[in-house]
Write a protein that binds this ligand. Sequence first.
Ligand SMILES: [Zn+2]
Length: 635
Amino acid sequence: MNRNKDQLGEFKVGLEIHRQLDTRHKLFCACPTDFAESEPEQKFLRRLRPTQSELGQVDQAAMFEFHRGKSILYESDRQTSCLVEMDEEPPGRLNTEAIETCLTAVLLMNAKPVDEIHVMRKIVIDGSNTTGFQRTCVVALDGALNVQGKVVPIQQISLEEDAARKTSQTRDVAGYRIDRLGVPLIEVTTGPVLSSPEEVEKVALAIGTVLRATRKVKRGLGSVRQDLNISIPGGALIEIKGVQELELLGKAVEFEVKRQQALLTVRDELRKRQVTANSIQRNYVDLSRIFAQTKARIIKEALAKNGVVLALKLPKFAGLLGKELAPDLRFGTELSSHAIFWAGVGGIFHSDELPAYGMTEKEVQESKEQLNVQPSDAFVLVADEKTRAKDTLDAVVDRVLEAFVGVPEETRTAMADGTSRYMRPRPGAARMYPETDVPPTPVTDELIATLKASLPETAESLTKRLIDQFSLNQKLAKQLIDSDYLALFEQISATGKTPPSFVATALTETCKSLEREGIPVHCIPDEKILAIFRLVDQGTVAKEAITDLLRWQAKSPNADPGEGVRELDLRMLTERELEQVIERHIEKNKKLIEDRGPAAFSSLMGSVMSEVRGSTDPKTVTEKLKEKLAQAARK
Ligand SMILES: [Zn+2]
């Protein structure tokens, strides 16, 4: 049995992987799928409202986001978007290249294609779609993927349009760039059968390998988004959205399982303390007078704007608000994120953390007295305009009441440290309805037969071919297949002179360690990487210079690598220049050479190399140095 599973207890995870397709055009128009490189040419402000769905209901989750009353400022330019993205023109037909790429992945995962692809609208009104919905279509169902001997069910494979990307956010206006809107995304959903953090990562990797096999996926940060559905016995189905890195999936699973377990502990503790939901009263107490002279900045600012300090008493909750559910995530944090979403304000103070934020012991003490708080009780404070303060405490009470049941169903956002925060309630069924502007696309037997006849190589046969054709070892071959650079590797190695194993190492290990340093190598266009290797082939730079060149190129992805060579002074020495360096070193070490004869070679080699490393190759130095030493000896 799995070690981690034993430690963590029982749980079930389903994985949803979204990956951008590198098709020539977007899903419903002829715009390219590349992102804007220039400043936006145009900006337009919109306020979104939820559309009445065909079912006659407005999705609850959508409705509440609407109530937050945000305006959206869209940024666009003519290169990367057209009237379709602006919602000024109906969408075109589904992109054939995207359908065929998706169907190829479908066949590789043994899923059953639908007879006709129907485009649906999924309500999303955070502003990331100009229409207020995202277009999505199921392409296949019921597949299976063999991952190291275990058959993992693939429930569904869909095509979707990507949303606009967020560029700014203030209290009332969110900014979005619409270059990304409409880029095709493939979505793969597994059954909820994964039962260890390691297994989740393995399956994500395996799905990634299949998608890359189509050779039509984008690479780098942001091109993959992973969602998790996690439940534990007695817990609830929690959706965690937007885990960006594969390496974070296991951690995200572990933290969520622990969070749900901790919430069950809170529930049990409440039962033990014999406190019930009935004891939570919505009669908030105005404590503004106590804080009239406060030094606490947030409270002071709120009061200055005619706001109030409102308090909610939580009988027998002492210690529970400070309970850690995950690193840096306390039960109080959950109350606070709830309040931010439902009331739109920035935070609450709870008694387990007070005094803090500039509040004095005296202020806290007086608050306790006015609220008649006993040592076993807790309380929550908020400082804001009166209605907003009340809405905030209402949201806190709503979340507190759920603590008596245990784990509330919700959608959460993945954070960079593997933990998550409350995002919104789980969307209801009314979220989807048919897109009437796009006709259904039939999936014909002929199309399937054609695609089947030209399926890409499986990972196994690909590994074997890489080993045979390029003399790579098993490890490098596998690393390449797991990387985003396989196609580029083949392109470089097909005609280049650099040893394939060096190319493979540069494209996998070097790129990976540069990314880890925070250098966005994935932003470098293929043709620039290709050009860098051509410089090596031509003898302009040593192959050892590639790391520095990639580092330079990542800073200005579209610049000419030749410029980098000049800037970093990486040009190789000519034969004559190298000879001059060697002659200089021999001249300087005359005495040493006389004393030690041929044994002086290694010492000289060291000093010459420290001067010319990176600008010539060591083999040439060895040859030249031996030649020159022999000449010197003859003199
Ligand atoms: Zn367009």
